[in-house]
Design a protein around this ligand. Structure first.
Ligand code: NAD
Ligand code: IPM
Ligand code: MN
Length: 355
């Protein structure tokens, strides 16, 4: 019997609740398709700080590197806001992305017909559904540049740096992605001000020469933030740097109804991938069984598609999510004022049943 080894990182806040629903879906799909899954539970974020004093251990990173894919919930809690920067829960995520070489962060956003009224945008702007894929660089830029905090606490700096090879490899992923979609890449930068963005733009133009069928456009990030609201239908693939991609993907999630819906894949040069919702640990709703598990469940679908090569299982999961949404089932983030909302685990049960 075929078997997959999947690392599980529940993390903090709503992490354990939403990952449990992801596991539920994996177990059901494994039973339906007659394969076996070995779950390797590891700790990350505040959960690891409480157990080991560090947000991720080297041993955990070693174990994860032997898995075929990793499913993560979320990290972070206000309780760790005042500890040393190197020990913050978020640092674990950055360290894992870097150590495992997960340089390509793929964040698709689709507005489902059933959720059209949940988008803050008018239907005249959303002519026929919204389908955008952000390809965010994840191993470089300002997240990994030199960081300095002066001893007197009066100055601090973060360096935003990119090299041409770093830009090249992420641009290639975006163009390849566009070839499977509507063949358009919008590269988002701040080349009117930043040197790293001028290198970014020049390098993206170079890479585009290998993809003559793909239309390439450039937008400054401030304008891109506006264009996402006034004319989101112009976008197919958005290619951008680490920080800009982080910000634009949260903005994009709102257009599709809720941040609780959007999945992500972070992949490296081989097939190892980290799969996680784009949202965080949502501390204010943690432990109440009310968070939306769909972003995590759709991340599981991406895991089957990108790391495990099981497009059949990915399709099955995405169809089950669609069915549950089409039947009007909603968690609290999507329930209207007069609509009954379901719990995290009830939505997970319905999706597992719909498989
Ligand atoms: P957040 O994404 O956790 O929450 C933003 C808002 O969205 C909140 O109102 C929250 O209740 C809501 N929300 C998020 N996920 C939801 C879900 N599944 N269902 C329903 N509502 C949901 O962002 P934040 O409040 O800025 O950050 C909280 C913590 O999470 C911080 O410590 C931050 O560093 C961390 N964080 C972690 C990740 C990650 O693990 N990948 C991502 C973003 C933020
Ligand atoms: C995300 C998060 C992370 C990021 C944080 C928690 C480090 O916001 O995955 O979007 O900024 O990349
Ligand atoms: Mn983010």
């Amino acid at each position: 019997m075929e078997s997959y080894k999947i690392g599980i990182l529940k993390g903090d806040g709503i992490g354990p609740e939403i990952v449990d629903e992801g596991i539920k879906v994996i177990q059901k799909i494994a039973a339906l398709n007659a394969f076996k899954v070995d779950f390797i539970d590891e700790k990350i974020g505040g959960d690891a700080i409480d157990a080991y004093g560090v947000p991720i251990t080297d041993e955990t990173l070693k174990v994860l590197s032997t898995c075929e894919a990793i499913l993560m919930g979320s990290v972070g809690d206000p309780k760790y806001d005042h500890i040393a920067p190197e020990l913050r829960p978020e640092k674990a995520l950055l360290k894992m992305r870097k150590t495992l070489g997960l340089f390509a962060n793929i964040r698709p956003a689709r507005l489902y017909e059933a959720l059209k009224e949940h988008s803050p945008l008018k239907s005249s702007i959303l002519s026929d559904g919204l389908d955008i894929c952000v390809v965010r660089e994840l191993n470089g830029g300002i997240y990994f540049g030199e960081q300095v905090e002066s001893a007197d606490g009066q100055s601090a700096s973060d360096l935003m740096a990119y090299s041409a090879p770093e830009v090249k490899r992420i641009a290639k992923i975006a163009f390849e992605m566009a070839m499977t979609r509507d063949k358009k890449v919008t590269s988002v930068d701040k080349a009117n001000v930043l040197a790293s963005s001028r290198l970014w733009r020049k390098t993206v133009i170079e890479v585009s020469k290998d993809f003559p069928e793909v239309t390439l456009e450039h937008l400054y990030v401030d304008n891109a933030a506006m264009q996402l609201i006034i004319n989101p239908m112009q976008f197919d693939v958005i290619l951008t740097s680490n920080l800009f991609g982080d910000i634009l993907s949260d903005e994009m999630s709102v257009l599709t109804g809720s941040i609780g819906l959007l999945p992500s894949a972070s992949i490296n040069e081989s097939k190892l991938g980290l799969y996680e919702p784009i949202h965080g640990s949502a501390p204010s709703i943690a432990g109440q069984n009310i968070a939306n598990p769909i972003a995590t469940i759709l991340s599981v679908a991406m895991m089957f598609r990108y790391s495990l090569g099981r497009h059949d299982c990915a399709d099955q999961i995405e169809n089950a999510v669609l069915k549950v949404l089409n039947n009007g089932h909603r968690t609290i983030d999507l329930a209207g004022k007069d609509q009954k909302s379901l719990s995290t685990s009830e939505i997970g049960d319905l999706i597992a049943e719909a498989l």
